[in-house]
Design a binder for this molecule. Structure first.
Ligand SMILES: [Zn+2]
Length: 485
């Protein structure tokens, strides 16, 4: 990838103390720093603080001072950010670099161009995701920080088995516990940052993953395996659930009956491929579950998820987009100009080939996910913003901002939505003491906005510049990371 952009010239200045009118203003001035002046800071924990100067040395926020302090060094690089707002660099906590290998090389640029400075890859072939992570470690200015799960760890038949372009090879199939042990240890050896458990696992296979993860000190996220319930998966130590997948099946008044039916279906008498077997089970059970949600069980599940700190990444826009077919709107299609031409043409063709019929069940399910997200959030269940890009025609980077809008519609305050894309994913990876805030000593991955996202969450899209690893990328540099078709 040959992305290239100009960073502002950096200058050197020195350490001094400065006094004004008997009131001492200690001003830290270090070598090779940026000073962002006159900016309003939005720290995810402390909220809004106006007219500050933020000093960045190397890739760290070294000091935040009141604006009335004067910096007397001559050679500092000053960004006058009057009227602007600073938020931490954003995370997309659910992406797949390997869903479309033609798009993968362009994804890092698209993320940075949209202020997404960290991503959590939730499933793909180990060699490809390790390569994306290594590129990021070697060239942190041109890549978001990349955290990887390795492949989806699935049972048999596995769902993402390369049977069609909609089901590329994202997973590994495991027939038994011996398979699980050798495969998962192999994944752990490649220094992944988490593990992802998938839907077709047996309970014993799932438990084996949890044991290995515990020893390796790795968190496990995933879809609740169809062979289990939400309650048994959480009791076994599952740390995160993606898309609230199979949540509804466990909190319906008929959940025991659904469970028995599922176990029979999982015997797969017709020898269906994994993706078909999974769809069959979802189509037989999902709406039955929604018809009979038991709100006492919902409450019980919420309390369990909150007390065990089980992270939710609901990917709400993925479902809304596919249910309402928003991708067919002209305004949606115009955004595809940001993609390389061959990808854009492919997506436009696929979208044109899709009918306009709205499926009532999909619509109902997507609305239910938004409602459930709002309720779980109220119960203090922890959330991260994630999108599943590039699945469902979701543009890397841009889709994260739309996810934040949907989270706000679902009951998050604007600041809570920002938390879900900054400090919360940092907490998931136990990085919250050094990333995800605007505070002395924190990593300088930041986004400068032209307008206040606490007034309107869509203002996270009004990006003036991004600071990645302590380097400023102007609007012009960010635009150069996207295509102009
Ligand atoms: Zn996914």
């Amino acid at each position: 990838m040959d992305y290239y952009f100009k960073s502002l010239k950096k200058f050197t200045f020195i350490f001094l103390f400065f006094y004004i009118l008997g009131c001492s203003h200690q001003v830290t001035i270090s070598e090779d720093s940026y000073v962002i002046k006159n900016i309003s800071i939005i720290d995810p924990i402390n909220g809004l603080q106006s007219t500050k100067s933020v000093i960045i040395t190397d890739n760290i926020i070294t000091k935040i001072i009141d604006n009335d302090n004067e910096l007397i060094a001559n050679n500092n690089t000053i960004i006058d950010a009057s009227g602007k707002y600073l938020i931490p660099g954003l995370w997309d906590a659910h992406i797949h670099f390997s869903f479309d290998t033609d798009l993968a090389p362009y994804m890092p640029g698209l993320f940075l161009a949209h202020g997404v400075t960290s991503v959590r890859d939730t499933g793909g072939p180990i060699d490809l995701v390790v390569k994306m992570k290594d590129s990021s470690l070697m060239d942190p200015l041109n890549n978001p920080n990349v955290y990887i799960a390795g492949p989806l760890i699935d049972g048999t038949p596995n769902v993402y088995n390369n049977s069609s372009p909609s089901f590329p090879l994202l997973s590994i199939e495991n027939n038994d516990i011996i398979d699980i042990e050798s495969n998962v240890l192999g994944i752990v050896d490649r220094e992944v940052d988490l593990l992802k458990a998938y839907e077709m696992l047996t309970e014993n296979q799932f438990l084996a993953i949890m044991r290995i993860a515990k020893k390796a000190n790795l968190k496990v996220t995933g879809h609740i395996p169809l062979s289990m319930t939400l309650f048994s998966a959480i009791d076994s130590g599952l740390n995160g659930i993606e898309h609230l997948r199979n949540f509804a099946l466990s909190i319906a008044s008929n959940s025991d009956e659904l469970y028995r039916e599922r176990i029979e279906l999982l015997k797969n008498p017709d020898d269906l491929p994994g993706s078909d077997l999974r769809s069959l089970i979802h189509s037989k059970q999902r709406m039955k579950a929604l018809d009979s949600i038991d709100y006492d069980k919902f409450e019980e599940a919420s309390n369990l998820l909150a007390s065990k700190n089980v992270w939710q990444t609901p990917t709400l826009f993925l479902y809304r987009n596919s249910a309402q077919k928003i991708f067919k709107d002209l305004s949606f299609i115009n955004e595809l100009n940001k993609l390389p031409n061959q990808i854009k043409q492919k997506w436009i063709k696929e979208i044109a080939d899709t009918d306009t019929i709205i499926d009532k069940n999909s619509l109902r399910y997507s609305k239910w996910l938004e409602e459930a997200t709002g309720k779980l959030h109220k119960k203090n269940v922890p959330f991260m913003a994630g999108t599943d890009t590039p699945i469902g025609y979701l543009i890397p980077g841009r889709s994260l901002h739309i996810e934040l809008e949907v989270m706000v519609e679902s009951g998050f305050s604007n600041l809570e939505a920002i938390k879900s894309a900054t400090i919360n994913p940092a907490k998931f990876f136990e990085l919250e003491k050094k990333e995800g805030r605007i505070k002395d000593g924190y990593k300088a991955d930041l986004v400068i906005l032209n307008s206040n996202p606490l007034d309107n969450i869509s203002n996270t899209q009004d990006i003036y510049g991004v600071i990645k690893n302590g380097e400023f990328l102007s609007r012009e540099s960010l635009d150069s990371l996207m295509y102009k078709n």
